[in-house]
Design a binder for this molecule. Structure first.
Ligand code: GSH
Length: 234
């Protein structure tokens, strides 16, 4: 699908920020692929055999070989398709290392605490999640300033690895605001990232991939209702 000699198949779900990350990378690299929508309540044999350790999406299957974990997949795409579309990771090894550091921070700190701020079991857990989210946003705002050097993206004039990593959350920033009245990046706390959210979301490759916020809101409400029903049955 990607071009001569390459067959790419992505196992994902439309709402998964991790699968969206891979779709963004494939889009920016202008690689065609087969998009396989998984049902996570009834995972396919292909998903279970391709990612037997975590049994999670996304999985990219390149010429029959599976690659798991969204950040590793994006790095793989960049390395396996050098010269196809723009490079996402910086060329300089030190800058690559720093970009990977911040990409890990997005998942380990920013996303984890943001999820805790609305999924925490108690009000205390949620408050702690929010506190940590705000601290992580402050760090990300400073990282954006350092990477972008006054230009529009983490990658400078064009999108790079961190734009793809964080860009997967853009649709969820809008959905989260509608659901919880809290905007992850706002004009007061993080003006640079607030503007970046709009700039990134306006890119054709992002618009082609990122779902509408209202669709995510309906999906999140459905998942919350499922979780509440499961809890009351236990
Ligand atoms: N660290 C993983 C996270 C992937 C992940 O959490 N995927 C979720 C969907 S958003 C999943 O497949 N969940 C299914 C399950 O937990 O059974 C990555 O970056 O790819």
């Amino acid at each position: 699908m990607a071009g001569s000699g390459h067959e790419l198949k992505l196992l994902g779900t439309w709402a998964s920020p991790f699968a969206l990350r891979v779709k963004l990378a494939l889009g920016f690299k202008v690689l065609s692929y087969e998009d396989v929508e998984e049902d996570l309540r009834n995972k396919s044999d292909l998903l279970l055999s391709s990612n037997p350790v975590h049994e999670k999406v996304p999985v990219l299957i390149h010429n029959g070989k599976p690659i798991c974990e969204s950040q590793i997949i994006v790095q793989y795409i960049d390395e396996a398709f050098v010269g196809t579309g723009p490079s996402l990771l910086p060329a300089d090894p030190y800058e690559r290392a720093i970009a990977r550091f911040w990409a890990a921070y997005v998942d380990d700190k920013l996303l984890a605490s943001w999820l805790q701020s609305f999924r925490g079991k108690t009000e205390e857990e949620k408050a702690e999640g929010l506190k940590q989210t705000l601290a992580a946003v402050e760090h990300m705002e400073a990282a954006f300033k350092e990477f972008s050097k006054g230009k529009p993206f983490f990658g400078g004039d064009s999108v790079g690895y961190l734009d793809v990593t964080l860009g997967a959350l853009v649709a969820w920033v809008h959905a989260g605001e509608k659901l919880y009245g809290f905007r992850l990046f706002d004009a007061t706390r993080s003006p640079l990232l607030n503007a970046w959210v709009e700039r990134f979301g306006a890119l054709d490759a992002a618009k082609a991939v990122l779902p509408e916020a209202d669709r995510l809101v309906d999906y999140a409400k459905m998942r919350q209702a499922d979780a509440a029903a499961a809890a009351s049955n236990n």
